[in-house]
Write a protein that binds this ligand. Structure first.
Ligand SMILES: NC(=O)c1ccc[n+]([C@@H]2O[C@H](COP(=O)([O-])OP(=O)(O)OC[C@H]3O[C@@H](n4cnc5c(N)ncnc54)[C@H](OP(=O)(O)O)[C@@H]3O)[C@@H](O)[C@H]2O)c1
Length: 229
């Protein structure tokens, strides 16, 4: 259990990994602020649900105003919200390509840019849910891969920029995990080659409980059957 009054902000709690991380951190004793467009169906006295499209900077500023009614400290910030669609590059619309960048990179930029007043020196842990696709290009995911490579670049730069604050940055780069992200469109890939949400949580729990002086810049993990061809 964590000390009283520890706050965690998680983007993308309405589904998948964000929902599971929220549940786990509530069990650990955090007050969890969950952010999504649809809202999060999670009943818990220490869960605060905020509807926000992270692509919209003004909405993110409003989100921080709402958070300010509860706390001025965020001990953990989890950049998790993201979109993923598969298509060959020549069939990818400019809008689809831009949507990946606007959600997966610019959305995270908005969250970080306006987090300043809530950072706790020598304490805040910023955990980014990137992807193995941020390290290795795979066929038919050029938009997603471009967005996750860019996300890592932003985080690596900010780790240097904010080093004087003593905040720590950890970045998870998982392979495929069976979550609803795979339900959209034409992405019927074999689930037995994907990790489970429990597999992901095994890694997340270790990182979230790690000593305050330790950060994990690149945590790559995947199913032993390897990546999709
Ligand atoms: N599942 C995998 O195979 C896998 C592998 C590697 C990395 N990841 C990464 O893990 C993260 C979570 O994915 P998941 O698998 O849990 O997918 P998911 O079940 O589809 O969840 C995605 C979450 O992101 C939120 N979101 C998307 N756009 C948003 C926006 N503009 N504003 C606010 N929230 C937004 C969604 O909420 P709303 O729709 O309600 O807004 C949802 O809660 C993503 O960053 C993904 O790239 C996933």
């Amino acid at each position: 259990m964590v000390d009283d009054n520890q706050f965690a902000l998680i983007t993308g709690t309405s589904s998948g990994l964000g929902y599971e991380m929220a549940q786990f951190l509530l069990e650990e004793g955090f007050t969890v602020i969950g952010v999504s467009r649809r809202g999060t169906n999670l009943e818990h006295p220490q869960f605060i649900d905020i509807l926000c499209d992270i692509k919209d900077e003004a909405a993110v500023e409003e989100m921080y105003e709402l958070i300010g009614n509860h706390t001025d400290k965020l001990h953990m910030i989890i950049l998790n919200a993201g979109i993923f669609e598969m298509s060959p590059l020549i069939e990818t619309s400019t809008k689809e390509f831009a949507d990946h960048l606007t959600t997966n990179v610019v959305g995270a930029f908005h969250i970080l840019k306006h987090s300043n007043d809530f950072l706790v020196e020598d304490e805040t842990h910023i955990i980014t849910v990137s992807s193995i696709a941020s390290r290795k290009g795979l066929a038919n995911i050029s938009a997603y891969s471009a967005s996750k490579f860019a996300l890592n670049g932003m985080i690596e730069s900010l780790r240097e920029e904010w080093s004087h604050l003593g905040v720590r940055f950890s970045t998870l780069m998982p392979g495929a995990i069976a979550t609803p992200i795979w339900d959209e469109g034409d992405m019927d890939l074999p689930r037995d080659q994907m990790m489970s949400v429990d597999d992901f949580m095994h890694v997340f729990q270790m990182i979230s409980r790690s000593p305050k002086h330790v950060q994990f810049p690149e945590v790559v993990f995947l199913h032993k059957k390897g990546l999709f061809k």
